[in-house]
Design a protein around this ligand. Sequence first.
Ligand code: FE2
Length: 321
Amino acid sequence: MSQGVSLEGSLSEGADSLDCRPLSPNIGAEVVGVDLSSSLDEATVSAIRHALLQWRVLFFRDQKMDRKQQIDFGQRFGGLSQGHPFEVSDPAYPEIFTIDRRKSESRYGRFSADEESFHTDVTAAVNPPASCIMRAETVPACGGDTVWTNLIRAYEALPTELQELADKLRAVHRYPTDATNPHRYSIDVSGEHPSVVTEKQLASEHPVVSIHPGTRERALFVNPVFTSHIVGFGSRESRKILDLFFSQIATAEFTVRFRWEPGSVAFWDNRATAHFGCIGLNLVDTNRTMHRVCVLGDIPIGPDGMRSESLKGPMLAAPST
Ligand SMILES: [Fe+2]
């Protein structure tokens, strides 16, 4: 049974009641005049749901939320997963994953990801989050922006012949990724606790094109950080086809770039987008603390009706009590 929130309905339903200011034609809008720490009425929550379907990522400035209020806001959109599949940032708030690169690197060793690699959160799990809500607590004076891309527009802009090819394909997503992936988000074994990750590997087979459960739109559901190969193809062919799709999702016109300030909140549809942090600075020595919650999602379904399958590791789930 689905644990994700239903977003079915007309895209315009309720959205008119929000003050949404688009930041680019294809993705991203800033919402003004909403205090996310307050008890929002159902009409406002519904309007946010529909604006999210329309704009894929919503931005809110100057929010004064604590951890509890962020969890409460996230739960208006569905059940929340444990903040991170491998760790709990704060046992009092297990739904929150606190992103602080300095702490991560002291635990796991330095990540070797290409910093300009797009990813969709936790696609190595069979049920990636439906949506994610990230709040900035501390940000550097410059650097550390995030870019989101619209995977539905990326699919729609492909030539018909490539859409038809993509519709038939399935791909493996894994974490940690294999060493041959040039965009890998792999673990330096010199880190303090690399076994935390290597002992809890996640891998799933997803359709390359997923049907958005809220709108029935098709999304090009691959990303260079977690997608390792296309099922049934040799490694050379797989890499060339994936590189073509990866360059498609990185096309500038499908993207929006957001400059974080303390109190900024980004709420993204994780079925329709990928994102990456434009670090731009050595953040090991820079304060940048963000808090994320994830709304549990469905198991993706391809155009042929076939669902994703888990290859390794558990499904994302609510924190164990
Ligand atoms: Fe992410």
